[in-house]
Design a protein around this ligand. Sequence first.
Ligand code: CP
Length: 355
Amino acid sequence: MTDITWNDYAALPLEAKCQYLARPEGDGMPYHTLFAQQFDREILERLCALANRIRFINKSKEGALYLKSVLAHKRAMLYFSQPSSRTFLSHLAACQILGITTGSVRDAATSSEFKGESHEDSIRTFSSYFDMIIMRSPEKGLAEKMAWELSNSDRPIPILNAGSGKDQHPTQALLDIYTLMRSFEKNGGIDGKTVTFCGDLMRGRTVRSLSYLLTNFRNVRQVFVAPQELQVPADVVMVLAKKGVDFEVTDDLKAAVKTSDAVYMTRIQDEWDSAKGASAKIDNGRFKFGAEELALLKSDAIIMHPLPRRDEIATCCDNDPRAMYWRQMRNGMWIRAALIAATFGFEKTLMNCGY
Ligand code: CP
Protein backbone atom coordinates (compact mmCIF):
# COMPACT_ATOMS: atom_id res chain seq x y z
CA MET A 1 0.00 0.00 0.00
CA THR A 2 3.02 2.26 0.24
CA ASP A 3 3.56 2.59 -3.52
CA ILE A 4 0.04 3.73 -4.42
CA THR A 5 -2.03 6.81 -3.58
CA TRP A 6 -5.31 6.39 -1.72
CA ASN A 7 -7.33 7.53 -4.75
CA ASP A 8 -5.60 5.04 -7.06
CA TYR A 9 -5.91 2.24 -4.51
CA ALA A 10 -9.58 3.01 -3.74
CA ALA A 11 -10.47 2.85 -7.45
CA LEU A 12 -9.19 -0.74 -7.80
CA PRO A 13 -11.58 -3.72 -7.88
CA LEU A 14 -11.49 -5.72 -4.62
CA GLU A 15 -9.56 -8.60 -6.17
CA ALA A 16 -6.79 -6.22 -7.29
CA LYS A 17 -6.57 -4.69 -3.81
CA CYS A 18 -5.69 -8.04 -2.22
CA GLN A 19 -2.02 -7.85 -3.27
CA TYR A 20 -1.65 -4.77 -1.06
CA LEU A 21 -3.18 -6.48 1.98
CA ALA A 22 -1.18 -9.71 2.22
CA ARG A 23 1.69 -10.26 4.63
CA PRO A 24 4.92 -9.04 3.02
CA GLU A 25 6.61 -12.32 4.02
CA GLY A 26 4.69 -13.97 1.14
CA ASP A 27 3.08 -16.81 3.10
CA GLY A 28 -0.34 -15.90 1.64
CA MET A 29 -1.83 -14.92 4.99
CA PRO A 30 -3.43 -11.48 5.35
CA TYR A 31 -1.67 -8.55 7.01
CA HIS A 32 -4.75 -6.32 7.06
CA THR A 33 -8.05 -8.27 7.07
CA LEU A 34 -10.62 -6.02 5.41
CA PHE A 35 -12.95 -8.05 3.21
CA ALA A 36 -13.86 -11.62 2.30
CA GLN A 37 -12.30 -11.41 -1.17
CA GLN A 38 -8.86 -11.75 0.47
CA PHE A 39 -9.47 -15.40 1.31
CA ASP A 40 -9.16 -18.20 -1.21
CA ARG A 41 -9.80 -21.84 -0.47
CA GLU A 42 -6.21 -22.66 0.42
CA ILE A 43 -6.03 -19.86 2.99
CA LEU A 44 -9.44 -20.79 4.40
CA GLU A 45 -8.36 -24.40 4.86
CA ARG A 46 -5.06 -23.34 6.46
CA LEU A 47 -6.86 -21.01 8.89
CA CYS A 48 -9.40 -23.71 9.82
CA ALA A 49 -6.57 -26.21 10.39
CA LEU A 50 -4.79 -23.64 12.57
CA ALA A 51 -8.00 -23.00 14.55
CA ASN A 52 -8.35 -26.75 15.15
CA ARG A 53 -4.70 -26.89 16.21
CA ILE A 54 -5.06 -24.00 18.71
CA ARG A 55 -8.23 -25.59 20.06
CA PHE A 56 -6.37 -28.88 20.60
CA ILE A 57 -3.29 -27.28 22.19
CA ASN A 58 -5.55 -25.32 24.56
CA LYS A 59 -7.12 -28.52 25.95
CA SER A 60 -4.24 -29.21 28.37
CA LYS A 61 -2.97 -26.80 31.02
CA GLU A 62 0.57 -27.08 29.62
CA GLY A 63 -0.73 -26.35 26.13
CA ALA A 64 -2.82 -23.40 27.29
CA LEU A 65 0.18 -21.91 29.11
CA TYR A 66 2.34 -22.43 26.02
CA LEU A 67 -0.27 -20.62 23.88
CA LYS A 68 -0.28 -17.73 26.33
CA SER A 69 3.46 -17.34 25.82
CA VAL A 70 3.33 -17.26 22.01
CA LEU A 71 2.26 -13.63 21.54
CA ALA A 72 2.87 -12.31 25.05
CA HIS A 73 5.05 -9.58 23.51
CA LYS A 74 2.11 -8.14 21.49
CA ARG A 75 -0.67 -5.68 22.36
CA ALA A 76 -4.00 -5.29 20.52
CA MET A 77 -6.47 -2.41 20.54
CA LEU A 78 -10.18 -3.23 20.25
CA TYR A 79 -11.77 -0.11 18.77
CA PHE A 80 -15.53 -0.68 18.56
CA SER A 81 -17.64 2.38 17.77
CA GLN A 82 -20.73 0.22 17.14
CA PRO A 83 -22.40 -2.16 19.61
CA SER A 84 -21.14 -5.75 19.79
CA SER A 85 -21.18 -8.71 22.16
CA ARG A 86 -19.80 -11.71 20.25
CA THR A 87 -17.30 -10.04 17.93
CA PHE A 88 -15.81 -7.95 20.70
CA LEU A 89 -15.68 -10.73 23.29
CA SER A 90 -14.46 -13.45 20.95
CA HIS A 91 -11.61 -11.24 19.69
CA LEU A 92 -10.81 -10.38 23.32
CA ALA A 93 -10.85 -14.06 24.31
CA ALA A 94 -8.76 -14.95 21.23
CA CYS A 95 -6.16 -12.40 22.30
CA GLN A 96 -6.20 -13.80 25.84
CA ILE A 97 -5.66 -17.35 24.54
CA LEU A 98 -2.55 -16.15 22.68
CA GLY A 99 -1.26 -14.07 25.60
CA ILE A 100 -1.87 -10.73 23.85
CA THR A 101 -2.50 -7.74 26.15
CA THR A 102 -5.51 -5.68 25.08
CA GLY A 103 -6.94 -2.19 25.38
CA SER A 104 -10.34 -1.03 24.21
CA VAL A 105 -12.59 1.85 23.22
CA ARG A 106 -16.22 0.75 22.93
CA ASP A 107 -17.83 4.13 22.51
CA ALA A 108 -16.38 7.07 20.57
CA ALA A 109 -17.90 9.35 23.23
CA THR A 110 -15.26 8.06 25.65
CA SER A 111 -12.34 8.80 23.29
CA SER A 112 -10.97 12.11 22.07
CA GLU A 113 -13.09 11.74 18.91
CA PHE A 114 -15.76 13.26 21.16
CA LYS A 115 -13.58 16.39 21.24
CA GLY A 116 -13.37 16.46 17.46
CA GLU A 117 -10.33 14.28 16.79
CA SER A 118 -10.40 12.68 13.33
CA HIS A 119 -10.51 8.92 12.79
CA GLU A 120 -7.05 9.20 11.20
CA ASP A 121 -5.56 10.83 14.29
CA SER A 122 -7.30 8.35 16.59
CA ILE A 123 -5.90 5.41 14.66
CA ARG A 124 -2.39 6.88 14.68
CA THR A 125 -2.74 7.37 18.41
CA PHE A 126 -3.72 3.72 18.91
CA SER A 127 -0.83 2.59 16.71
CA SER A 128 1.57 4.40 19.06
CA TYR A 129 0.63 2.04 21.87
CA PHE A 130 -0.51 -1.20 20.20
CA ASP A 131 0.63 -3.75 17.60
CA MET A 132 -2.77 -4.47 16.01
CA ILE A 133 -6.14 -2.70 15.76
CA ILE A 134 -9.36 -4.72 15.69
CA MET A 135 -12.09 -2.27 14.69
CA ARG A 136 -15.84 -2.12 14.14
CA SER A 137 -17.45 0.94 12.65
CA PRO A 138 -20.84 1.96 11.24
CA GLU A 139 -18.93 3.58 8.34
CA LYS A 140 -18.52 1.53 5.18
CA GLY A 141 -14.87 1.44 4.11
CA LEU A 142 -13.45 3.12 7.23
CA ALA A 143 -11.31 0.12 8.21
CA GLU A 144 -9.86 0.07 4.69
CA LYS A 145 -9.03 3.77 4.72
CA MET A 146 -7.41 3.42 8.15
CA ALA A 147 -5.37 0.46 6.93
CA TRP A 148 -4.05 2.56 4.07
CA GLU A 149 -3.28 5.45 6.45
CA LEU A 150 -1.35 3.18 8.81
CA SER A 151 0.54 1.45 6.02
CA ASN A 152 1.78 4.88 4.97
CA SER A 153 2.67 5.99 8.49
CA ASP A 154 5.92 5.55 10.39
CA ARG A 155 4.29 2.83 12.51
CA PRO A 156 2.38 0.44 10.24
CA ILE A 157 0.37 -2.16 12.16
CA PRO A 158 -2.34 -4.57 10.94
CA ILE A 159 -6.06 -3.78 11.05
CA LEU A 160 -8.75 -6.45 11.41
CA ASN A 161 -12.17 -5.36 10.18
CA ALA A 162 -14.70 -6.53 12.79
CA GLY A 163 -17.66 -5.16 10.83
CA SER A 164 -17.81 -2.12 8.55
CA GLY A 165 -21.19 -0.48 7.93
CA LYS A 166 -23.62 -2.59 5.91
CA ASP A 167 -20.68 -3.69 3.82
CA GLN A 168 -18.47 -6.52 5.13
CA HIS A 169 -17.86 -8.64 8.22
CA PRO A 170 -14.98 -10.85 7.08
CA THR A 171 -14.12 -12.47 10.42
CA GLN A 172 -17.78 -13.47 10.88
CA ALA A 173 -17.63 -15.12 7.45
CA LEU A 174 -14.46 -16.95 8.52
CA LEU A 175 -16.22 -18.37 11.58
CA ASP A 176 -19.21 -19.31 9.41
CA ILE A 177 -16.95 -21.20 7.00
CA TYR A 178 -15.19 -22.86 9.96
CA THR A 179 -18.59 -23.93 11.32
CA LEU A 180 -19.64 -25.32 7.93
CA MET A 181 -16.32 -27.18 7.57
CA ARG A 182 -16.62 -28.75 11.02
CA SER A 183 -20.30 -29.59 10.55
CA PHE A 184 -19.74 -31.33 7.22
CA GLU A 185 -16.29 -32.83 7.79
CA LYS A 186 -17.73 -36.37 7.86
CA ASN A 187 -20.25 -35.60 5.14
CA GLY A 188 -18.18 -34.60 2.13
CA GLY A 189 -17.21 -31.08 3.23
CA ILE A 190 -18.74 -27.86 1.93
CA ASP A 191 -18.51 -28.79 -1.78
CA GLY A 192 -21.88 -29.61 -3.32
CA LYS A 193 -23.94 -28.29 -0.41
CA THR A 194 -26.95 -25.95 -0.55
CA VAL A 195 -26.79 -22.92 1.75
CA THR A 196 -29.99 -20.90 2.26
CA PHE A 197 -29.81 -17.33 3.58
CA CYS A 198 -33.00 -15.92 5.10
CA GLY A 199 -34.03 -12.58 6.62
CA ASP A 200 -32.56 -9.14 6.05
CA LEU A 201 -30.21 -9.94 3.20
CA MET A 202 -30.10 -6.34 1.97
CA ARG A 203 -28.38 -4.93 5.06
CA GLY A 204 -26.79 -8.01 6.63
CA ARG A 205 -23.04 -7.58 6.11
CA THR A 206 -22.41 -11.18 7.21
CA VAL A 207 -24.43 -12.41 4.21
CA ARG A 208 -22.32 -10.49 1.68
CA SER A 209 -19.05 -11.77 3.19
CA LEU A 210 -20.17 -15.41 3.56
CA SER A 211 -21.82 -15.54 0.13
CA TYR A 212 -18.50 -14.49 -1.35
CA LEU A 213 -16.44 -17.01 0.68
CA LEU A 214 -18.74 -19.84 -0.43
CA THR A 215 -17.77 -19.17 -4.05
CA ASN A 216 -14.38 -20.69 -3.16
CA PHE A 217 -16.05 -24.12 -2.93
CA ARG A 218 -17.24 -26.37 -5.76
CA ASN A 219 -20.92 -26.59 -6.73
CA VAL A 220 -22.30 -24.78 -3.69
CA ARG A 221 -25.87 -23.66 -4.39
CA GLN A 222 -26.94 -20.44 -2.68
CA VAL A 223 -30.62 -19.65 -2.00
CA PHE A 224 -31.76 -16.20 -0.84
CA VAL A 225 -35.12 -16.03 0.96
CA ALA A 226 -36.40 -12.60 1.99
CA PRO A 227 -39.23 -10.10 1.63
CA GLN A 228 -38.76 -8.17 -1.60
CA GLU A 229 -37.66 -5.01 0.27
CA LEU A 230 -34.82 -6.88 2.02
CA GLN A 231 -33.64 -9.18 -0.77
CA VAL A 232 -30.00 -9.80 -1.53
CA PRO A 233 -28.33 -6.70 -3.04
CA ALA A 234 -27.47 -6.44 -6.73
CA ASP A 235 -23.70 -6.41 -6.13
CA VAL A 236 -23.85 -9.86 -4.51
CA VAL A 237 -26.04 -11.22 -7.32
CA MET A 238 -23.62 -9.83 -9.91
CA VAL A 239 -20.64 -11.57 -8.30
CA LEU A 240 -22.50 -14.90 -8.18
CA ALA A 241 -23.65 -14.57 -11.80
CA LYS A 242 -20.13 -13.66 -12.96
CA LYS A 243 -18.66 -16.65 -11.15
CA GLY A 244 -21.29 -19.02 -12.56
CA VAL A 245 -22.66 -19.90 -9.11
CA ASP A 246 -26.00 -21.75 -9.00
CA PHE A 247 -28.28 -19.45 -6.98
CA GLU A 248 -31.98 -18.71 -6.45
CA VAL A 249 -33.83 -15.66 -5.15
CA THR A 250 -37.19 -16.57 -3.60
CA ASP A 251 -39.69 -15.80 -0.85
CA ASP A 252 -40.58 -19.43 -0.07
CA LEU A 253 -38.68 -20.43 3.08
CA LYS A 254 -40.41 -23.78 3.57
CA ALA A 255 -39.54 -24.97 0.05
CA ALA A 256 -35.94 -23.82 0.51
CA VAL A 257 -35.56 -25.53 3.90
CA LYS A 258 -36.46 -28.94 2.42
CA THR A 259 -33.48 -28.89 0.05
CA SER A 260 -30.95 -27.07 2.29
CA ASP A 261 -27.85 -28.42 4.00
CA ALA A 262 -27.48 -25.19 5.98
CA VAL A 263 -30.09 -22.53 6.72
CA TYR A 264 -28.49 -19.20 7.70
CA MET A 265 -31.06 -17.02 9.45
CA THR A 266 -30.51 -13.29 10.00
CA ARG A 267 -32.35 -10.63 11.98
CA ILE A 268 -34.02 -7.51 10.57
CA GLN A 269 -31.30 -4.84 10.77
CA ASP A 270 -33.60 -1.93 11.64
CA GLU A 271 -30.72 0.14 13.01
CA TRP A 272 -30.09 1.04 9.34
CA ASP A 273 -33.68 2.26 8.69
CA SER A 274 -33.67 5.60 6.85
CA ALA A 275 -37.03 6.49 8.45
CA LYS A 276 -37.74 5.42 12.02
CA GLY A 277 -40.00 2.35 12.11
CA ALA A 278 -39.66 1.62 8.36
CA SER A 279 -38.71 -2.03 8.95
CA ALA A 280 -41.75 -2.61 11.15
CA LYS A 281 -43.96 -2.01 8.10
CA ILE A 282 -42.36 -4.95 6.23
CA ASP A 283 -44.33 -8.21 6.49
CA ASN A 284 -41.64 -10.66 7.62
CA GLY A 285 -43.92 -13.30 9.19
CA ARG A 286 -42.98 -15.90 6.55
CA PHE A 287 -39.25 -15.44 7.12
CA LYS A 288 -38.96 -17.10 10.52
CA PHE A 289 -37.67 -20.54 11.45
CA GLY A 290 -39.84 -22.45 13.92
CA ALA A 291 -41.23 -25.91 14.65
CA GLU A 292 -42.74 -26.29 11.17
CA GLU A 293 -39.46 -25.49 9.42
CA LEU A 294 -37.57 -27.78 11.83
CA ALA A 295 -39.84 -30.64 10.80
CA LEU A 296 -38.97 -30.02 7.13
CA LEU A 297 -35.18 -29.80 7.68
CA LYS A 298 -33.03 -32.76 6.57
CA SER A 299 -31.67 -34.88 9.43
CA ASP A 300 -28.05 -33.94 8.63
CA ALA A 301 -28.66 -30.25 7.86
CA ILE A 302 -27.76 -27.40 10.21
CA ILE A 303 -29.31 -24.10 11.33
CA MET A 304 -26.94 -21.12 11.59
CA HIS A 305 -27.31 -17.52 12.72
CA PRO A 306 -24.60 -14.86 13.19
CA LEU A 307 -26.59 -13.64 16.26
CA PRO A 308 -27.93 -11.62 17.95
CA ARG A 309 -31.41 -12.94 17.15
CA ARG A 310 -34.83 -11.60 17.88
CA ASP A 311 -37.68 -13.94 16.95
CA GLU A 312 -36.44 -15.21 13.58
CA ILE A 313 -35.47 -18.55 15.14
CA ALA A 314 -37.97 -19.83 17.70
CA THR A 315 -36.36 -20.87 20.99
CA CYS A 316 -38.01 -24.30 20.61
CA CYS A 317 -35.26 -25.05 18.04
CA ASP A 318 -32.39 -24.28 20.43
CA ASN A 319 -31.82 -27.79 21.79
CA ASP A 320 -32.16 -29.56 18.46
CA PRO A 321 -28.80 -31.12 17.47
CA ARG A 322 -29.05 -29.33 14.12
CA ALA A 323 -29.10 -25.90 15.83
CA MET A 324 -25.50 -24.85 15.30
CA TYR A 325 -25.65 -21.17 16.29
CA TRP A 326 -24.21 -21.56 19.80
CA ARG A 327 -21.28 -23.64 18.56
CA GLN A 328 -20.91 -21.22 15.63
CA MET A 329 -20.46 -18.37 18.12
CA ARG A 330 -17.75 -20.27 20.06
CA ASN A 331 -16.04 -21.23 16.79
CA GLY A 332 -15.52 -17.49 16.33
CA MET A 333 -13.06 -17.40 19.21
CA TRP A 334 -10.91 -20.17 17.73
CA ILE A 335 -10.85 -18.94 14.13
CA ARG A 336 -10.11 -15.39 15.33
CA ALA A 337 -7.24 -16.74 17.42
CA ALA A 338 -6.00 -18.48 14.25
CA LEU A 339 -6.32 -15.32 12.17
CA ILE A 340 -4.49 -13.19 14.75
CA ALA A 341 -1.70 -15.76 15.11
CA ALA A 342 -1.35 -16.02 11.32
CA THR A 343 -1.37 -12.23 10.93
CA PHE A 344 1.61 -12.07 13.28
CA GLY A 345 3.37 -14.88 11.36
CA PHE A 346 2.89 -17.69 13.90
CA GLU A 347 1.07 -20.23 11.73
CA LYS A 348 4.04 -22.57 11.28
CA THR A 349 5.16 -22.21 14.92
CA LEU A 350 1.78 -23.38 16.17
CA MET A 351 1.23 -26.06 13.54
CA ASN A 352 4.65 -27.59 14.28
CA CYS A 353 4.92 -27.15 18.05
CA GLY A 354 5.20 -30.23 20.22
CA TYR A 355 1.75 -30.02 21.85
N1 CP B 1 -22.40 -11.65 14.90
C1 CP B 1 -22.03 -10.46 15.45
O1 CP B 1 -21.37 -9.65 14.81
O2 CP B 1 -22.47 -10.29 16.73
P1 CP B 1 -22.18 -9.02 17.64
O3 CP B 1 -22.86 -7.84 16.97
O4 CP B 1 -22.74 -9.36 18.98
O5 CP B 1 -20.69 -8.80 17.67
